[in-house]
Design a protein around this ligand. Structure first.
Ligand code: GUN
Length: 303
């Protein structure tokens, strides 16, 4: 890593297109053995951002030959009715992946819902069985955003062994599984968060920074060691110069002056999340049909 060279812009769109092409051809192989992978996406309520995410997931699934089933439920849906839907999808052999879009309305217990999903169909990797499996270093269905970030890092840096990675943020969706994946890839991992007292100093020690904290442009050049590789998971909408903009957790222009490689927002991590959802759906279909003999391998890791 050399900060004297111009920084590499990590192109998440191109990387996602490669992953989707891999998935598309593996879907054809699976279909040839009589299995048509299918993903059920459940949306409760009308949150505009969630509606966009769900539409994109369904479109992407169709593009790579995965059948998608959309279940749109009203915001007033009772938890028992949502659980009944999940149980029926669990029992349906033609459905391989189940995704319940978060956040759920406040009257529904998120943990109870996520725990109701069959772990073999849990394409988000949020069930405790899969969370535990990941922390034990087992091959399980793994959360899509951190899996996508790891792929970007491996494509950019190659072997990550011995690198010091600092993960900013400790959410169940990104920060915690990201830390587990980086450990599995033989990094030394530090997790920092909003209550850490010396965020900037800790971050400055990092070879790899993954920012997933939801604070617009928190990380600037001053937080980075020269030559650091920066993955920006943040998607923050701000008003600036009289218009609405999407910015990451990293001050991109400032970070460019120090980083060896960096993801833009948008066009960095975002497209990889959906691509890994498709990879997980394929992996879930294989898990449910072990006789195909095809490997799970959603996340490539050196032994
Ligand atoms: N809401 C924001 N990110 C995610 C995600 O990765 N999965 C689900 N199910 N909901 C989300």
């Amino acid at each position: 890593m050399n900060a004297v060279l111009p920084p590499t812009l990590i192109d998440g769109k191109a990387a996602a297109a490669r992953v989707l092409a891999e998935v598309g051809s593996e879907v054809l192989t699976l279909k040839a053995s009589g299995i048509a992978p299918a993903l059920a996406v459940v949306l409760v309520g009308q949150d505009p951002a969630s509606q966009v995410y769900v539409r994109n997931k369904v479109l992407r699934a169709e593009e790579c030959g995965i059948r998608s089933l959309e279940h749109k439920l009203p915001a007033e849906t009772q938890e028992a009715d949502l659980l009944a839907l999940i149980h029926s999808l669990n029992a349906d052999d033609s459905v391989h992946g189940i995704l319940v879009q978060l956040p759920l309305p406040a009257h529904i217990d998120e943990t109870r819902v996520l725990q109701a999903i069959d772990p073999l169909k849990d394409v988000d990797g949020f069930h405790a069985e899969n969370v535990g499996g990941l922390s034990q270093g087992r091959e399980v269905l793994t959360p899509c955003t951190p899996a996508g970030c790891l792929r970007l890092l491996q494509d950019t840096c190659g072997d990550l062994s011995g690198q010091h990675a600092v993960v900013i943020g400790r959410s169940n969706i990104v920060g915690k599984p990201m830390a587990a994946l980086l450990l599995k890839a033989h990094c030394s991992v530090t997790v920092v968060h909003s209550r850490s007292t010396n965020l900037r100093e800790l971050c400055r020690q990092a070879d790899i920074v993954v920012a997933a904290v939801g604070r617009p442009r928190l990380v600037d050049a001053d937080w980075l060691k020269p030559g650091a590789v920066v993955i920006d998971v943040g998607i923050n909408r701000i008003e600036e110069d009289g218009r609405s903009k999407l910015v990451g957790d990293v001050d991109f222009d400032s970070a460019l002056t120090r980083a060896a490689a960096i993801t833009p927002v948008p066009g960095g991590v975002g497209p990889m999340t959906i691509a890994f959802l498709m990879k997980n759906t394929l992996a879930a279909a294989r898990l449910q049909h072990p006789a195909t003999g095809l490997p799970l391998s959603t996340v490539e890791n050196p032994a």
